[in-house]
Design a binder for this molecule. Structure first.
Ligand code: MN
Length: 195
């Protein structure tokens, strides 16, 4: 992708209604791209046979990976579950671990799950208007806990932070968010493993 010229001001339009920018292509993540990330593999495979659903999408506006610039965009995680586990983003550490990120919830309901390499786990509810600071060194994943509304967030982080998806792909997060008695509940990830 060509890097954007950030020596000049620019603006994009990110809808408060659905988080989308009609002038730019989002990056889309489908169920098939999340193999091994949901706890219930049997239900996952069954769902996949019924169709490859869009789980989430987000924007990358091609910011140069420069420590003095910021990257930003929206993330839209759609409602749904694999078994009792809510749809979620893959989640990542920043490649430059010592970088933070701010999320602002535009719509929907959800949870931001966070954990650092030492095993400290934290999570915060996301509801419209909530501005969330994800501290340095914490992996983060957004989870849509609404039955019928997408979770829409705006995010911004240091443009050279980078994304390490591999660690989470291999190990998972220590905690999962599942529906239990009609409520979002945090449970241990029984498949979590030390790398
Ligand atoms: Mn991030």
């Amino acid at each position: 992708m060509d890097f954007r010229n950030v020596e000049k001001a620019f603006s994009v339009y990110l809808s408060l209604n659905n988080g989308l920018d009609i002038n730019n292509q989002s990056k889309k993540r489908y169920l098939s791209q999340m193999k091994g990330m949901f706890a219930d593999e049997v239900v996952y495979n069954k769902m996949l046979q019924e169709g490859d659903r869009l789980i989430y999408e987000f924007y990358d506006f091609g910011m140069p990976e420069n420590a003095k610039d910021l990257s930003f965009g929206t993330s839209i995680c759609y409602p749904g579950k694999v078994g009792n586990e809510y749809f979620m983003t893959r989640g990542h550490f920043h490649t430059i671990l010592d970088t933070s990120e701010v999320y602002y919830c535009i719509g929907g309901e959800g949870i931001m799950m966070m954990e650092n390499p030492e095993g400290d786990v934290d999570y915060k509810e996301l509801t419209p208007g909530c501005a969330l600071y994800v501290p340095r060194r914490y992996a983060h994943r957004s989870i849509c806990t609404s039955k019928n509304e997408p979770l829409i967030t705006f995010y911004t982080f240091r443009a050279d932070a980078g994304h390490d998806y591999g660690t989470i792909e291999t190990k998972g997060f220590r905690k999962l968010v599942v529906e239990n008695d009609n409520r979002a509940t945090i449970v241990n990830n029984l498949k979590w493993k030390e790398r």
